[in-house]
Design a protein around this ligand. Structure first.
Ligand code: 9PG
Length: 578
């Protein structure tokens, strides 16, 4: 296929405009400037050329794919940590938003633009690779902190055509008269799919000032055994058994806090001061880590009671914007307005207080929330800028030495702020979820299930040490109090090792015997080896990324993950060496 630039679009503001060359192109009240910026790379900007403020939803470059020798397969990269990521086929698969009865909040949680897609259009965030029988093209943005970047592809008017759009999503950000915004450059390149992705990730990471040099992380996390029922006694009993384990981080997850939003006040199940618990963790020889969902607050939290003006709104009235509907948190939680200076100050002070209390590893969760469309204090900010502003405030408060782990996070805006990133959905003490899709419908691939974490760990392996340390999510090694079979638990742990990513154990250590320990030792040996190769510049690649809906292979240097995910028998995986 040949990709030919054919047009520019500003949906809702102007009719599509044909374009074949760089230059200044009027588009309704806007002018879009396109310039060649090195081989296979277009720089662009958008300006408001009128006398009135203009709310800009998105600006798009359009390519026509000609002489296509289909079928066309493409990578669908999800928007945030948990969003499903896998191969799809144009003309066959549908965007999950096009499916039946998807709740709005599910769409808002998995795309910068929650509007459902129509027809056979498919979306991928930040980057895609399109493959036909002639070869592969990459279309990718080289940055993500000014705006989201969505690649949209759809079948063309004839079988030998496709349409590809690179959409700078500004989410209705208001441009003042005369104001110009630089947009993230877009790369269009030909090559081998995995090489293309690897090179793109490296260039993106370098341009975004990625923090990709933290040490390999090994630790313990409370979530996947105790969930919200965790108590201080549970944490302390695991701490008492941890001395013989090779952990560096000991991380308390959701459940210690009085309410979502009140991160410095503990629930009665955690009677000690947060700083006393951190001291106990540090005395045991570990780095204290703690979970927060910094941009959310429950209506009953102190922060919501004291600062009713700190929330994003929706509609015309005073209703607070909902960021998540979580039964385990007692209903709706609301989105803090990260364009409000007082909120940013609060985020900075809260992060500083947690670090002062001893927690130098912060897991920052549900951080997609300020990207949700709503009414914000500063309407000139894009959704990506709202997320980035919140992260920057946390980083200011936590300081340069803190380890920040993004989670539930849009990937683009957070490169350069976080040290680690959850790059997939939650694992769970189960391989598949028998009730998958009951609420989330065609987004079932983003729900908590170990197979879903497996898929993203392989598909997004190439981001490791290019943008941050990949966090594939926790390993679970126990043989009781779990629905994971011992072979499935082993298969998952083996993939975590082969990915070179962060390795946190999430079990009640009282349930683990010598077998669990030797499995962990095996996983860490492979993990450290792969991670060291990645630090030295090797890529962690998934050769069957575009070959099957759930890939089975990873390669880095001499290390090869080989798996068989047979449904009936259950997953098997092992590491081989070449
Ligand atoms: C704590 C957990 C863990 C986990 C995170 C994240 O939509 N939901 O109801 C939903 C619940 C939990 C969840 C994601 C979504 O998991 O990924 O590691 O920290 O929060 O609540």
């Amino acid at each position: 296929m040949d990709l030919v630039l054919t047009g520019l679009e500003a949906p809702g503001l102007a009719p599509p405009s044909p374009v074949s060359s760089p230059g200044d192109h009027p588009l309704g009240p806007l002018v879009v400037q396109v310039a060649e910026d090195g081989p296979g790379r277009l720089a662009w900007s958008v300006a408001n050329r009128g006398d009135h403020p203009v709310a800009v939803r998105s600006v798009r470059m359009v390519w026509e794919g000609r002489s296509v020798r289909g079928p066309v397969r493409l990578l669908r990269n999800g928007w945030q940590s948990w969003s499903p990521s896998a191969v799809a086929t144009l003309g066959v698969d549908r965007d999950p938003s096009a499916g039946p009865a998807v709740p709005a909040l599910v769409r808002q949680t998995h795309h910068p633009d929650a509007e459902p897609v129509t027809g056979h259009e498919l979306r991928s965030e930040l980057v895609t690779v399109l493959v036909d029988r002639d070869g592969a093209h990459l279309v990718g943005f080289l940055g993500g902190d000014r705006h989201d970047g969505t690649v949209r592809a759809r079948p063309g008017a004839t079988d030998d055509r496709v349409e590809v759009r690179a959409e700078a999503y500004l989410g209705g950000a208001v441009l003042a008269p005369g104001e110009r915004r630089r947009l993230h450059p877009v790369e269009v390149r030909r090559g081998e799919p995995i090489d293309l992705l690897d090179g793109w990730a490296a260039r993106f990471g370098a341009a975004a000032g990625a923090r990709a040099d933290a040490p390999y992380q090994v630790g313990w996390c409370s979530w996947y055994h105790y969930f919200t029922g965790v108590t201080e006694a549970d944490v302390r009993s695991n701490l008492a058994r941890a001395a013989d384990w090779p952990f560096e981080v000991f991380q308390v997850d959701d459940g210690y806090q009085r309410a979502i939003g009140d991160w410095l006040v503990t629930d009665p199940s955690f009677p000690s001061e947060l700083s006393d618990l951190a001291l106990a963790i540090a005395h045991a020889g570990f780095r204290p880590g703690i979970w927060t969902a910094p941009f959310l607050a429950h209506p009953d939290s102190f922060v919501a009671g004291q600062h009713p003006g700190w929330f994003a709104r929706w509609g015309d009235g005073d209703k607070r914007l909902v960021g998540n509907v979580a039964p385990h948190w007692g209903g709706n939680v609301h989105v803090l307005d990260t364009t409000h200076p007082e909120v940013l100050d609060h985020l900075e002070r809260t992060a500083a207080a947690l670090v002062d209390a001893g927690y130098t590893y912060l897991k920052l969760d549900f951080t997609y929330a300020p990207a949700i469309a709503g009414r914000y204090h500063d309407p000139s900010r894009t959704p990506a800028e709202r997320v980035r502003a919140g992260y920057d405030a946390v980083r200011r408060g936590a300081g340069d030495d803190a380890f920040l782990l993004g989670c539930g996070a849009p990937l683009g805006p957070t490169v350069g702020v976080v040290d680690g990133m959850r790059i997939g959905p939650d694992v769970g003490p189960w391989w598949t979820n028998p009730r998958a899709g009951e609420i989330t419908r065609d987004y079932a691939g983003g729900e908590p299930a170990t197979v879903n974490a497996w898929r993203s760990t392989l598909v997004r392996s190439f981001l490791h040490r290019r943008w941050w340390l990949n966090d594939p999510d926790c390993v679970m090694l126990r043989a009781e109090a779990t629905e994971l079979s011992p072979t499935a638990a082993r298969a998952w742990a083996t993939a975590v090792g082969a990915s070179g990513g962060m390795a946190l154990v999430s079990d009640d250590l009282a349930l683990l015997g010598p077998d669990a320990r030797s499995l962990l030792d095996e996983v860490l040996a492979v993990g450290r080896e792969v991670d060291a190769l990645a630090v030295a510049g090797a890529s962690v690649r998934c050769p069957d990324l575009l070959e099957r809906p759930t890939p089975t292979r990873l390669e880095c240097g001499p290390v090869r993950l080989v798996a068989d995910l047979d449904e009936a028998r259950g997953p098997l995986a092992r590491v081989e060496r070449s």
